[in-house]
Write a protein that binds this ligand. Structure first.
Ligand SMILES: Cc1ncc(COP(=O)(O)O)c(C=O)c1O
Length: 362
């Protein structure tokens, strides 16, 4: 008998069971090819169809306008931290970063290594327990772009409304940990990127949605694999792509479509997060959320009254089949990552476990 746990890992994270089963069924003989997707050529008709279908499904789900390219790249979201300034910040120009947690801080630092970047806001003094209001942003009207992170995976704060850049300043978003978790108006963005290994698939591929006019800004002296324009011209097939990861992303997109698309997924995610926050809010202070506002629907960060209790919580949860709940050391405490693939039953199991743990130890 296969044993599956309730997987609250932050990434790589749980994948929908149906997707894993489909991959298993197609593993040895993908669509009559007599090969697995790991073995077929990236220049084959079969693989071209995988890429085309994944792009079409993503375009449909997010309502991506025709003047945006969809790329499947390597190097993770972390390489985009470097590629974005290399491609979109001309020599001598500055870029703005909203620093709202560990990940946007990394993006900011990487950008500073390569040129001028300014923090439009940073809430580090409060250990990133809320997002800055629009009025708190110090925005440069001449910035090459404004970068923000829609969901901070470690700190558990999430933007549900985009920050507004000054007129003419392109908006760029790291959506790694809330990608395809709700509808988004792509036309507000110059670029959205997401490492797949949270909501969209396995590690090894990063999905980039780039407005075509941005590609005209790309300098001509970049190495091909760091050049969005060159990558877009070859439809991400400039070199051997991560074929298997792209294939699984395609299956995940089909699964999301089957659930009713992003509006339906958003409802589901609201209900799921609501259940856990309700337990926290009704615990009389036993569970304390890290985020005071802008609470993430994807990564729920919370503390218990003592570190020893937090250790025990993680250990008891594991025994109960709930894994991956230990928080990041920079925040401490617990973190429940509840991406798209987790269904309500996993969240109900977590909520019940939390209540029982409090009864026993509160
Ligand atoms: C919001 C966010 N951005 C970037 C990254 C880095 O992604 P990668 O490991 O694909 O480089 C992560 C990984 O957890 C993340 O959560």
């Amino acid at each position: 008998m296969t044993k599956r746990v309730h997987n609250f890992n932050p990434g790589p994270a749980a994948l929908p069971l149906e997707v894993l089963q489909q991959a298993q069924a197609e593993m040895l003989d993908f669509k009559g090819s007599g090969m697995s997707v790991m073995e077929i050529s990236h220049r084959s008709k079969e693989f071209e169809a995988i890429v085309a279908e994944a792009q079409a499904d993503l375009r449909h789900l997010l309502g991506i306008p025709e003047n945006y390219k969809i790329l499947f790249l390597q190097g993770g979201a972390s390489l985009q931290f470097a590629m974005i300034p290399m491609n979109f910040r001309p020599a001598g120009a500055s870029a703005d970063y909203i620093v709202t947690g560990a990940w946007s801080k990394k993006a900011f630092k990487e950008s500073q290594k390569l040129g001028t970047a300014k923090a439009a806001a940073s809430l580090e003094a409060d250990n990133f327990n809320r997002l800055p209001a629009q009025s708190e942003l110090k925005l440069d009207p001449a910035a090459a772009y404004l970068h923000f992170t829609s969901n901070e995976t470690i700190h558990g704060v999430e933007y549900f409304t985009e920050p507004l850049p000054p007129a003419g300043v392109p908006l760029i978003c790291d959506a790694s940990s809330d990608f395809i978790s709700r509808p988004v108006d792509v036309s507000k963005y110059a670029m959205i990127y997401a490492g797949a290994q949270k909501n969209a698939g396995p590690a090894g591929v990063v999905v980039c949605i780039v407005r075509e006019d941005m590609l005209e800004k790309v300098p001509t002296n970049l190495p091909n694999l760091l050049d969005y324009k060159a990558l877009a011209e070859e439809n991400s097939l400039l070199n051997t792509p991560p074929c298997w990861s792209i294939y699984i992303v395609g299956l995940v997109l089909r699964w999301v479509k089957g659930l009713g698309g992003l509006a339906a997924i958003e409802k589901r995610n609201q209900a799921k997060a609501g259940l856990v926050y309700q337990v926290i809010d009704q615990s009389g202070g036993f569970y304390k959320g890290h985020a005071l506002a802008d609470r993430s629907r994807m990564n729920i960060t919370f503390r218990l009254p003592a570190e020893a209790l937090e250790e025990q919580f993680a250990a008891d949860a594991k025994k109960a089949g709930l894994i991956g709940l230990k928080g990041h050391r920079s925040v401490g405490g617990m973190r429940a990552s509840i991406y798209n693939a987790l269904d309500l039953s996993a969240i109900e199991a977590l909520a019940a476990f939390m209540k029982e743990f409090q009864q026993k130890n509160g």
